[in-house]
Design a protein around this ligand. Structure first.
Ligand SMILES: C[S@@+](CC[C@H](N)C(=O)[O-])C[C@H]1O[C@@H](n2cnc3c(N)ncnc32)[C@H](O)[C@@H]1O
Length: 229
């Protein structure tokens, strides 16, 4: 997959900008940090999901499928996916841990001229009680959030708390074969299927250029409750 970097500081290894070209020729610019947590760089799953949102198959005919839709992104990191959604007309909340908020706000600011919906950054730590978040957003987006065993249950609790029967969760993840990754992925699916149904989007429906055999996109929906509330 093509990666484009642009030096943005005195030390090009510490700070660099990832450039993500849109189908309409405009360009999202994402500040990254060469040091810090895993959220400080744009991961390939974020690129694959961002570009998928632009595909004709997803966007639909006429107004874009995300236009005026409420979107919440979990584990946003640099905010690439949420920002792409906001440029496609969605009203987006990008979320991550406290330490990522400055980077998220910087990237919102750097790309605000492209936003046709709206976008704001908020702290959301998986598993914690949620305040001030709209329940049942139209979409929940997440890229490369399945990588750490201890965070699987908190992540799934947050998905359960936030999603409603109409919420479409779109999860993009990279299948990794090293170390504990296969085990973590297996556990994620075991836990996921307790409360959610899911389907995989075939590779041929991903963006023609930004796709990879080991990066998967899933649509996930909360299982219908058996009993009326
Ligand atoms: C591998 S990065 C992916 C970042 C971004 N989605 C991307 O694909 O470029 C995982 C992200 O999840 C966030 N994260 C990890 N544990 C979290 C938690 N318990 N609550 C909220 N966010 C968390 C990290 O801060 C990081 O930004």
């Amino acid at each position: 997959m093509a990666a484009s970097r642009e030096s943005s500081g005195e030390d090009p290894l510490r700070n660099f900008v990832r450039v993500l070209e849109k189908r309409d020729g405009t360009v999202l610019r994402l500040q990254q940090y060469g040091s810090g947590g895993v959220g400080c760089v744009v991961w390939d799953a974020a690129i694959v999901l961002s570009k998928y949102l632009e595909t004709p198959g997803f966007s639909g005919d006429g107004a874009h499928a995300l236009s005026r839709r409420s979107v919440l992104e979990l584990g946003s990191g640099t905010g690439a996916v949420g920002l792409m959604a906001a440029t496609l007309g969605a009203d987006v909340i990008v979320t991550d841990l406290e330490e990522l908020q400055d980077l998220l706000k910087m990237n919102i600011n750097m790309n605000k001229h492209l936003v046709t919906g709206s976008v704001q950054a908020k702290v959301l730590k998986w598993g914690e009680e949620l305040e001030d978040f709209p329940s049942s957003p139209d979409y929940i987006l997440m890229a490369d959030c399945i990588y750490y065993e201890e965070s699987l249950e908190p992540l799934l609790k947050t998905l359960k708390d936030l999603s409603g029967s109409e919420t479409c969760i779109i999860c993009c993840y990279e299948q990794r074969t090293m170390g504990k990754n296969p085990e973590i992925e297996k556990k994620y699916f075991e836990l996921l299927q307790l409360d959610f149904d899911f389907e995989k989007i075939p590779l041929e429906k991903h963006d023609e250029e930004y796709r990879s055999e080991d990066i998967h996109i899933l649509y996930i929906r909360k299982k219908k409750s058996k009993f009326p509330s």
